[in-house]
Write a protein that binds this ligand. Sequence first.
Ligand code: DGY
Length: 315
Amino acid sequence: MPQGIFFLHAQGYEVEVWAGAQPPTRDELLARTQGADALLCLLDDKIDADFLHQNPQLKVVSNYAVGYNNIDVAAATQLGIAVGNTPDVLTDATADLAFALLLAVARKVLDSHRTIGQNRWQGWEPMGHLGLDLRGKTLGIVGLGRIGQALAQRCHAAYDMDILYTAQSPKPEAEKRLKAKQVSFNELLRQSDVVSVHASYRPELAELFNKDAFEQMKPTAIFINTARGGFHNEQHLQEALQSGQLWGAGLDVTNPEPMRPDHPLLTMPNVVITPHIASATLETRSQMSYIAAQNIVFGLEKKPLVGFVNPGVWG
Ligand code: DGY
């Protein structure tokens, strides 16, 4: 994240950068944060109440991500610590990856690729590698926020897909623009040909996609998760795919992360998994870095952060 680091240096701040190839352990992070005014952390750094209480001098915690389920925001707010995130700039990159996973699963891109290397390509097969068309199908979006809308926009424009969604509040503008319809979670599961998760993760939503949910989905349905691995029960997902309860799955997030390299899902023909790379483009990560750094500078100056998770923190 050099852009953000340059910016912090240019603003006259002393910056300590973790240079290890692997992320710091919790103890290392705790120790290095002692005495710091601000922390720029990653989405798998667990910044819980205990961590914050051991670093009460912190004035800003800036997450290098839009999701901030790794941070105890209530504890931070109680301690007067501003919490920042990086919304907007990663919307397109994340929606693009969800769209790429969807196409890759629907058209069996990864399994077809493996076929060649494994010397299983014997010639053109009339009934081989048959995937699914997306035109006119129904996309169910769980959490129609910025990223959910960006995926819906892609699917609506490219394939005239019907859009169903669940959200905490109705989205009238998106309903008009995308002809989207708000439905209950169960209705969305039953009616959708593709279900894609884009909600903000909260503990009460843990394993929302479990045996019960997968059982309600169509056997021709595709499950896409680019939000957080905690949304799905991985064993139940595997069983649903193996039994034909579900047609395919595309995941950019796993439960837990990192996924073990011998996980059965990795070799299943109807599954494509990427290692949490949705925001990983040069342009997007650079913008995220700048916003994360701006959040620190603004927070230390007690000005509104660019991505302000707890705007009421200073009363
Ligand atoms: C985020 O920023 O929360 C995303 O998970 C990045 O891919």
